[in-house]
Design a protein. Structure first.
Length: 707
């Protein structure tokens, strides 16, 4: 490490030293601070109470995390672009006077900033705000060149060019301009004129050899279309006839088998169904002649009729509809229409056909491509403005947000010094007469629940819902007060986010940890009381079940028992004597134990009795208190943030005093009056008080007899 000339100021909180970020000099020398003294090494760009757009601009490699080098790069960039870093600690808003103009880039930024204010009609303000960049369409108005290489119709006053731009967008789809409108770029412009020229050339080709290409003039297209419908099927027919002429035995095999028709006889046959269309167009025989009317497969009758009318009758003079088409005549028809079919196959595949060849000729003759290309070049010439706008947005956001980020990254001063809520604090959860301020959003619940117990905090995972909003998961740390066994999944509370919106919160999981040493003192007694209550309920339930069963059995056999045992029933005195003896022994043992304990206490000197009582209490509660104290000593924020993708560089402890500040308990307002008498309170009996007085009297007599 090089020698450090800057004198840093640190504060002690959370069990470690944290640097204060308070002056421009702190920013100026931040790159000199040892990274081992940074509290955080990286944080996610999403899920924080911080502008995610600012974090994404700082995230140079777009991996979803901001790391120490990226933070330093942002600070250093602000050092270069601003005349005084003290503006980073001022109110939000970047004064134009603070933009450094010592180099060409700085001068360009200042000119672009003035242009931005002019576009927004805020020239008198002389200060950029983050909201100025919230709607980029205001900066990139349709009538302004914006440097994206896309031109829209509003950039020119020439009506012909405006119409042409509209035609290109309509045919090719266009490109999105920064203004939000659709325009064209250089690639689309060149593609449009290339396709237009290809279509015009294709049409001109038909006029160069009109007699050969269009034998039927304007009717040629219809004839060729009719031919294409039946060409493959007629070719198939003549090939089959050729095979039948080659070998007469083939005719029977080349025609459909009789079983084909038997399958059709029991159902309705549609003229165009696939099974029927698959049959030959006509019956195959040794004579290669195709009937033009009679004997045509019904599935092809319509297409064949159109072919005869549009092509055969027009191209062959010596044929009638009642005649048959020979192989040579068929070849003549195909030869006459083949040039047109080949020309049609060369038709350019382009959506520009919708404009019509006449419109395309006008466009090509008007020579409008150079004019549009000039507009595109003018737009590209001010690319620097678009780059400057992005730089100005980043600079304005850093002026507003960077110091706050540093106070949650280099240190956790926002969290520990209580200036304002930290960027990881999602809001406040109200539940069980307390408010929990250490609340974090949870994106990956499974991962978070694996790491969070290492924080040593008592945690409540909650599912939050709100009308019209996407549900969210939170985890709240209870760091003050006492918690009994009533805190369980299913309990409801209210969560207020940082915007002040209330959410219905339901506890889904509880991670129980000690909250205070005082709570740990009473924990063993609460456990014993809970255990005794549970066992008594269990015993009572079992006894009630047994009594019900015995009663049912006795009632069902009462009549029989009364007849058979009326003369023989006797009271078994020995059995009941044994039961009473056992009960007496048990009571005697308990009494002996209590008597021994009482005798032991009475044998002590008067000053030893409180010590003995304290020793017993310490023996019972001591282990629980020690474990709670050890847990509270290691309670820290790190695992809670690490589970959310942070990289915490230290143990950020949450001691009992600080924890009490993070969880607010219900307190009566100052000066409030209370009426202590509860008319519905349970009646307290005085037997326990009389027993206590009796024990005190016996102890006093014992002491008097000794002394």
């Amino acid at each position: 490490m090089s020698s450090v000339s800057h004198q840093w100021r640190f504060f002690r909180a959370g069990g470690f030293d944290q640097v204060l970020i308070e002056t421009a000099a702190d920013l100026q020398h931040l790159h000199e601070l040892d990274p081992k003294l940074w509290t955080v090494l990286n944080c996610p760009t999403e899920g924080l109470e911080f502008d995610s757009r600012t974090l994404s601009l700082m995230d140079d490699n777009n991996d979803g995390y901001v790391r120490v080098p990226e933070v330093l790069a942002s600070v250093n960039w602000c050092r270069e672009r601003l005349t005084d870093l003290q503006v980073m600690f001022a109110e939000p808003g970047l004064p134009l006077a603070n933009i450094a103009t010592q180099d060409e880039l700085g001068q360009s930024l200042l000119a672009s900033a003035q242009r931005v204010l002019r576009y927004l009609d805020s020239e008198q303000c002389e200060r950029l705000q983050v909201n100025d960049f919230s709607d980029m369409t205001r900066l990139y108005a349709a009538e302004h060149f914006n440097g994206d290489g896309v031109i829209v119709a509003a950039l020119t006053d020439d009506a012909a060019l405006q119409t042409l731009i509209g035609d290109i967008v309509g045919c090719l789809g266009g490109r999105a301009d920064r203004s939000g409108e659709m325009g064209i770029d250089a690639a689309q412009l060149a593609d449009f004129f290339t396709q237009a020229q290809a279509i015009v050339d294709w049409h001109d080709e038909s006029q160069q050899d009109d007699q050969n290409l269009m034998p039927l003039a304007e009717k040629t297209a219809a004839a060729a279309a009719a031919l294409s419908q039946v060409e493959a099927k007629i070719d198939d027919y003549f090939v089959r006839c050729g095979l039948a002429a080659y070998d007469p035995r083939a005719a029977e095999s080349l025609n459909p088998d009789a079983s084909v028709y038997s399958d059709m006889r029991t159902r309705a046959i549609a003229r165009g169904e696939e099974a029927l269309a698959a049959l030959p167009i006509a019956a195959v025989n040794e004579q290669p002649e195709l009937p033009l009317q009679a004997g045509i497969n019904p599935a092809w009758a319509g297409a064949m009729s159109s072919f005869v009318e549009q092509a055969v009758m027009s191209l062959l003079d010596d044929i009638k509809p009642s005649d048959a088409l020979t192989l040579s005549q068929w070849q003549t028809v195909k030869a006459r229409l083949k040039p047109y079919q080949e020309w049609l196959a060369r038709r350019p595949d382009s959506p520009l056909h919708d404009l019509g060849v006449a419109r395309l000729r006008d466009i090509l003759q008007a020579q409008q491509q150079p004019a549009l290309q000039a507009l595109i070049e003018r737009d590209l010439a001010i690319t620097q403005f678009a780059d400057d706008v992005q730089a100005l947005e980043k600079l304005t956001r850093l002026q507003r947000d960077l110091v706050k980020l540093l106070r949650n990254f280099v240190s956790l001063s926002d969290f520990y010094l209580d200036r304002e809520e930290a960027i990881f604090q999602a809001g406040t959860l109200y539940i069980d007469q307390r408010s929990c301020e250490l609340v974090l959003r949870v994106d990956n619940l499974k991962q978070h629940q694996l790491m969070s117990p290492y924080s040593g905090c008592y945690l409540l995972y909650c599912q939050c819902s709100r009308q019209g909003e996407k549900p969210l998961q939170i985890v709240a740390a209870l760091t003050g007060g006492d918690v009994d066994y009533s805190m369980m999944p299913g309990r409801n509370g209210v969560f207020y986010d940082r915007k002040g919106r209330d959410w219905h919160a339901t506890v889904t999981k509880v991670v129980a940890q000690p909250i205070s040493v005082r709570q740990a003192f009473w924990t063993p007694y609460r456990r014993v009381a809970t255990f005794v209550e549970t066992q008594m309920n269990k015993m009572a339930a079992e006894r009630d079940k047994d009594v019900a069963k015995q009663t049912s059995n006795q009632v069902s056999t009462a009549t029989t028992a009364s007849k058979t045992d009326s003369g023989n029933s006797q009271f078994d005195i020995a059995k009941f004597a044994g039961i009473f003896a056992a009960i007496g022994l048990a009571i005697g043992a308990i009494g002996s134990t209590l008597a021994a304990i009482a005798a032991g206490f009475f044998a002590l000197n008067w000053w030893q009795t409180p010590l003995a009582i304290a020793g017993v209490l310490l023996l019972i509660s001591g282990p629980s208190m020690v474990m709670a104290w050890l847990t509270l000593r290691r309670r820290n924020l790190g695992p809670l943030l690490d589970a959310n993708g942070w990289a915490i560089n230290t143990r950020a402890l949450i001691n009992s005093r600080f924890g009490a500040a993070l969880t607010g308990l219900a307190r009566l307002p100052h000066g409030a009056k209370r009426r202590l008498r509860d008319p519905y309170a349970n009646k307290h009996r005085v037997w326990w008080l009389l027993g206590l007085l009796l024990l005190s009297l016996l102890y006093t007599l014992h002491v008097y007899s000794v002394y």
